[in-house]
Design a protein around this ligand. Structure first.
Ligand SMILES: NC(=O)c1ccc[n+]([C@@H]2O[C@H](COP(=O)([O-])OP(=O)(O)OC[C@H]3O[C@@H](n4cnc5c(N)ncnc54)[C@H](OP(=O)(O)O)[C@@H]3O)[C@@H](O)[C@H]2O)c1
Length: 328
């Protein structure tokens, strides 16, 4: 089977496609024929050695996928050959076959395509956990989403609406903001090409009050600016640093606004609190079945075009989700 392999850290150009054997599953492992792999920003970091997880070399990137079960280990009880599944893999999904522990698999629901399934768990899982367990967001609260047309950003716009929040989508271009509007955003804020500080734009938009919850997957200079426009008792969700720089925040801002700066690490949460994670996934599948959330897949790339697919994320070009077609 073909696999996209990282044999040394570096940009996507360093990756290679090779024919390798996928071993037979034992114990709790399931062998899956990968049909589609959803791309996420961490895929661009893991191949550069800049992500918190550093797999043994050589490895395939690919944090999530959907596919079909080929065979199962002797201790597997929930899946059988032929089942259609979603996999939360962390890495390894840029390969035609892979082994996944059964606890990291979900059944692919009726009415969800392989492409949608491969683009579902990371963004909705992260954003639902962030809004529900970490921010405890309440109906009627205002929610500012930075990078609102990106993978996790767009999922947050949809979930924020589904949870009754007033959603302000912020992004760098009007085209990107239109994507957020189509996903349900109430108000739009363009932070690209402007000399006006983000803090002032948010304050103007909220009549000086500021926002109750900030969803921040961007980092860099945006973080402090957004925090300065926080409402009393607000929560600033630290999701990631797509802008490249990990910001340092003046601690007095938390004091002055009586607000919380809250970390979110979805991958670790799924392992630390498996029962809560499982319930989150049940809730998310219901929201999908009820038509309240649906992955926006902007581009599907052929397996051989993985460099272009990853460049869509690193080049700040992607909207919604980018998917790699893996098997036929
Ligand atoms: N904490 C967790 O558990 C968790 C889980 C999943 C992902 N994440 C993190 O969340 C962040 C976003 O992930 P994603 O998969 O949603 O990425 P994505 O689809 O590429 O979206 C990132 C967004 O960030 C903005 N951005 C600003 N500066 C950028 C730059 N220099 N390069 C690229 N994008 C830039 C872009 O929007 P504008 O152009 O509109 O600014 C873009 O839409 C990443 O840092 C990722 O590691 C964290």
């Amino acid at each position: 089977m073909r696999a996209i392999l990282c044999k040394e850290y570096g940009p996507a150009e360093k990756l290679v496609i090779e024919d390798i054997e996928c071993p037979e599953p034992t114990g709790l492992n399931v062998k899956v024929r990968v049909k589609a792999a959803g791309l996420n920003f961490p895929d661009t970091l893991i191949i550069e050695g800049k992500y918190q997880i550093k797999p043994e070399m050589p490895f395939s990137p690919g944090g999530e996928m959907a596919g079909e079960v080929i065979s199962v280990g002797d201790k597997v009880s929930r899946f059988k050959p032929g089942d259609r599944v979603i996999g939360m893999t962390g890495f390894g999904a840029f390969a035609e076959e892979m082994l996944v522990e059964e606890s990291r698999l979900l059944p692919l629901p009726e009415g969800m395509s392989f492409e949608e399934g491969s683009a579902f768990t990371m963004v909705y899982g992260t954003s639902y956990h962030a809004l529900k367990q970490r921010a405890n967001i309440q109906p009627g609260e205002s929610l500012l989403v930075l990078g609102a047309s990106g993978g996790v950003g767009l999922a947050t716009v949809e979930l924020g609406k589904a949870m009754g929040a007033h959603v302000i989508a912020a992004a760098s271009t009007d085209e990107k903001l239109q994507v957020a509007k189509a996903a349900g955003a109430d108000e739009l804020l363009n932070y690209g090409n402007t000399d006006k500080p983000l803090k002032d734009m948010i304050k103007d938009m909220t009549g000086g009050k500021g926002v109750d919850v900030i969803y921040d997957p961007v980092g860099g200079a945006f973080t402090e600016q957004a925090l300065r426009a926080m409402a009393w008792n607000g929560r600033h969700l630290i999701i990631g640093f797509a802008a490249g720089e990990i910001p340092k925040i003046p601690a007095n801002l938390a004091l002055l606004k009586s607000c919380s700066v809250v970390g979110v690490f979805w991958g670790a949460f799924t392992k630390q609190e498996p029962a809560v994670h499982e319930q989150n996934m049940v809730d998310l599948m219901k929201l999908f079945a009820d038509g309240k959330i649906k992955p926006t897949i902007s581009e599907v790339f052929e397996f051989e075009d993985y460099e272009k697919a990853l460049a869509a994320l690193t080049g700040r070009k992607a909207t919604g989700k980018v998917v790699l077609k893996v098997g036929s």
